[in-house]
Design a protein around this ligand. Structure first.
Ligand code: CP
Ligand code: NVA
Length: 300
């Protein structure tokens, strides 16, 4: 039997996404150390890129649930010496109960999933970051209730986070206003998958107008460090600052997946201000990924 994977938010129905959020809130509010649904299970975590939140939240989550997590870097395994992905996926999945990957290319995760006997979780690729959206949406639901019919403004790069916001708009049915500099738009096929829920605006102020949540991310993602100078120039008018938050609804929240660069994509007074929920967002990675691990790997 093919295991259930979590590669993209489109792998979930709206009902399942909402279930994971409510389960995450339940796990967060009633931590029971004796509840160990993944006792003895092992999650392999393959990181081609750096991480603080993703690594710690998955590792802590597995420990809370009575299991354990293995940190694997391509540098120290045969993955970095060219062992075929197919062979690696088959071998690793014979020894563990789940595999989480953070990779440069999205296709690395999809190839792993095709050949794995156990659930594969996308912990960020160049194209998507679905686990972060689980946490962002849990955070929105906790502060403001269901996001259905609300308006989210995405300001900045049309990157992996932007793509996962587009997917979330489809699955949870909210409107997404996007303002990206020209040349940095999200992938067309992903935009089209969400239909008329997505609208593009020329400026950050226009996108933020009447929005319930403003979100941004770094101007240069991991792997794009060499483009930083060029990107700083292209994105200089796409900062989320007080003027942008004023254009949004009075009760609008501010989110950022972190790590952030104050003074670049977001001003310090916004990210450290009263509308910002960035640390709830970061903490919720732990709770909602526990819900996800239980959903994919529990009740064997
Ligand atoms: N937001 C996020 O994924 O953080 P890390 O890169 O620290 O895992
Ligand atoms: N867009 C960022 C997200 C980091 C969590 C990156 O890919 O580096």
């Amino acid at each position: 039997m093919n295991p259930r994977h979590f590669i993209s938010l489109l792998d979930l129905t709206g009902e399942e996404f909402r279930y994971l959020i409510s389960r995450a809130i339940e796990l967060k509010n009633n931590r029971d150390p004796d509840y160990q649904p993944l006792k003895g299970q092992v999650l392999a975590m393959i990181f081609e890129k750096s991480s603080t939140r993703t690594r710690i939240s998955f590792e802590a989550g597995m420990t809370h649930f009575g299991g354990s997590a293995l940190f694997l870097s391509p540098r120290d395994t045969q993955l970095g010496r060219g062992e075929p992905l197919q062979d690696s996926a088959k071998v690793i999945s014979r020894m563990v109960d789940g595999i989480m990957l953070r990779t440069n290319k999205h296709e690395t995760v999809t190839t792993f999933a095709q050949h794995s006997h156990v659930p594969v979780i996308n912990g960020l690729t160049d194209q998507q970051h679905p686990c972060q959206l689980l946490a962002d949406m849990q955070t929105y639901f906790e502060h403001r209730g269901d996001i259905k019919g609300k308006t989210v403004a995405w300001i900045g790069d049309g990157n992996n986070m932007c793509h996962s916001y587009i997917h979330a708009a489809s699955v949870l049915d909210f409107k997404l206003h996007i303002a990206c500099p020209s040349g940095y738009q999200p992938v067309k096929a992903i935009v089209e998958s969400a239909g008329d829920r997505i609208r593009f605006f020329d400026t950050a102020l226009e996108a933020a107008k009447n929005s319930d949540l403003c979100v941004t991310d770094v101007w240069a993602s991991m792997g794009q460090e060499e483009e930083l100078k060029q990107r700083e120039h292209a994105f200089k008018d796409y900062q989320v600052n007080t003027a942008v938050m004023k254009a949004a609804n009075d009760r609008a929240l501010f989110m950022h997946c972190l790590p952030a660069h104050r003074g670049e994509e977001v001003s310090a007074n916004v990210i450290d201000g009263p509308q910002s929920v960035i640390f709830d967002e970061a903490e919720n990675r732990l709770h909602v990924q526990k819900a996800l691990l239980e959903f994919l790997m529990g009740k064997k």
